[in-house]
Structure formats: C-alpha cells, structure tokens
Write a protein of this length. Sequence first.
Length: 251
Amino acid sequence: MSGWIAVAGLGPGGDALITPEVHTALAEATDVVGYSRYVDRVPKREGLCRHPSENRVEAERSRLALELAAMGRRVIVVSSGDPGVFAMASAMCEAIEAGPGSWRELDVHVLPGITAMLAASARVGAPLGHDFCAVNLSDNLKPWALIEKRLRLVVEGDFACALYNPRSKARPDGFAHVLELLRELCEPERLVIFARDVTTSDETIRTVLLSEANPEMADMRTVVILGSSRTRRIDRNGLPPLVYTPRSVTE
Ligand code: SAH
C-alpha cells in the first residue's frame, strides 16, 4: 500500500462548504490527524483511526502524519477553513524541510478550503471586493511590534483587512491595543465587521463603526474585517445591511 498525506481544509463550519475533493479524501483516508476540535468534525467510521491533539502542537502533529504516511497509511490532516491560511499546511512543509530526506518523497497534497474571511465577507456582501490583506493578531509566533507595523501599513495602504485570531484567553488585552491603534490611524466612521462562528448554527455577524467597536465583540471564534476608507454600508428596511468595497478607485 502506498501512503499519502492530504492536508485538507474543512471550511468555516457549515457542512455544505466542505469541498467534494475533501469529502473524497476523507472517504479514502485510513487516519485523520488534527486539533481535536477539527477531528471532531469528521464523522466516525470503521477503518478510520483518529489522532486528535491539543492546540499549538503543529510540529508534532505534522511529524506524526509524516511517520504514518511513511508506513503506508493514507493520512488526512484537517484544519478549519483553508489549511494554507494560518494553519497546518505551512507546519507540514516546515516538518518536511527539517525532517529526513525520505519525507521529501512522500505523496503530499494540500486540499484548499473556504477560509473564514471569505465566508464572512460573503455573508455581508463584498467588503473584500477591492485590494485587501489578512493579518493574524496572535503574537504566539511573531512579535507584537511586527503586528503593529503591519497594521500601520494596512491603514497607510488603505487596504481592507481580515484580522484572524483577534483575541484569546491567553491574550485578553491584545485586541484592545489593536482597536486603540486603529482609532489613532483611521477615521471614527471606519466600518468594522465582527463575524463569529460563520456558517454554523451559532453564527453572529455585526457591522459597527470603529468608534463603536469594543474588545468584547471578538473572541477566538471571530474573524474581524476592517474596511478600507472606501468601504460602504447599504442599509435596507428589515434586512441586514450590505457592506461592500467598490471595485474601482478614482482619485
Ligand atoms: N485556517 C483557518 C484559520 C485558522 S486561525 C481558516 O482558513 O479560516 C483561527 C481563526 O480563524 C479564528 O481565531 C478566527 O479568527 C478564524 N475563524 C475560523 N473559523 C471561523 C468561523 N467559522 N467564523 C469566524 N471566524 C473563524
């Protein structure tokens, strides 16, 4: 039996947003590896060994997947959203680069998924309809000074920006600093979208002005979208507003 690894994105939560390609890999796999919350999203079936692990052990998880594949197992490594966006695909590449040469010969594929910012953006309209960036606000893997520098450049370049990992129990104050910085840099009317548990039954989405935003509006299950200076809101009677960024900029 020849083994393989598929690093797959399960999308933001809703089953309808898992791609057919990922469904096929899930059906063919012998092992599923991932953070326990994501492994829980994979239905149990005979012949599928489950290897859940805790958060933040991406390197060990990658090595386990590589060892299993080297033994001839068909391994699916699951991430939420897209595996290439702040998730397991980079961790897997790092493990291959640092590991034995034989790992470079393994059959490794990355299967894309719908990342949180795209699901959130679709829910409200098209806030990412013009140039945009994505910044991970966690300072676990990079210094806070770099996050601040990038946010300043986001605003200077007038990009819309998706902010992942805005706030966690381990980092209760970081997002308050982010809001303070954005208030210094942007006008108070700047639109900010808080999208939590997008595409699940617990979904909540709020669009507020930057002057109204507060840190409690975000947690680890929220992706925040900061509009550019041109992002607009269309209010509609009895319906949620549409938020979009025009496709063109005319000076
Ligand atoms: N690979 C994932 C991102 C992992 S980082 C992706 O492509 O979506 C984890 C962060 O993603 C969370 O802190 C949150 O900011 C965001 N996120 C993931 N799923 C989400 C969802 N359903 N709704 C809102 N934000 C989500």
